[in-house]
Design a protein around this ligand. Sequence first.
Ligand SMILES: [Zn+2]
Length: 336
Amino acid sequence: MKVWRSRIGGSDTRTAPVPGSSFVGVDVGGTKILAVVTDGIVAEAQDRELRATPKDPNELAPAIVEVVETLLTRNDAIVGIGVGVPGLVDNAGVLHYGPNVAGVLGLDIAGRLTEVFSLPAVAENDGYLAALTEHRLGAARGHDHAIVVTQGTGIGGGLIVNGQVLRGANGFAGEPGHMLINRFGHRCACGRTGCWESVASGAGLANIAREYVAEGHGGKILDHAGGDPASIRGEHVSAALAENDPDATEVLQRFSWWIAQGIGSLIALLDPSIVVLGGGLSAISDGFIDTVSTQVTEAVVGGPYRPVVPIVPAEFGNDAGAVGAVLRARDFFING
Ligand SMILES: [Zn+2]
């Protein structure tokens, strides 16, 4: 029998949740808040709720509370809550800082939810939760050593080491997007220059396309952006690619090269048996993952002399973080 200790004092005696119990998992993104209800064992959601992330940092916690409340009123078997937030979340579930939730500092969202709803609640980094989902239910199932990289506007990630998603000393491990990869590179959302994210995320694709256009190429990409180089985004490269534009193909080649450099470094560091790419960019063109794989073999030390590490698309899309939040909520319910 396990004892769950509330963050607000007191304790409650818990065992595994009774059959039929369910959990709320909330994924807080830079633009959207998605919440799902599942039993914490399978991925299929019994209910879901989606809303925009408020611009005002003071409104973030009330918005999360509201989403959870909506699901609690519609589902009476909920026994715990998990929340994923994009940033540095410590081992006590406090969000210290996140470049995509600017102004939210020192937020104890799990504590707030426990206080409001009197249910066990836990908060984690969103990349950690996406990695947990892929490891338990998705593409990294059965792999004790795996790297999950989620390419969205930025890069999220999680590192699976010895069968566990790596936490680090403070809970901050697994931020591959902010490894420095080029000191002469582009500005990153974190304020530094040359992070991997600045060349290997959706924003990175735009940076590379702008750089290419500044070299005097990429007319079609520029047309799609309305003629203004500063307006170029990843989707303009995709649109040009769909028209078989050779400049877009070249931009994609440069983009995949940078992705491969980061993955090669991660493989050198962690020796995984699989690399999972999430976030949808891996589907930008036919054969994109194959191109990255070839470039990774050239980018990793001793490439030709080590087994090829399969690079595969994630099995979960936009739900990965919210489903992971449910898995974590169930673990927290049982183990504290
Ligand atoms: Zn950065």
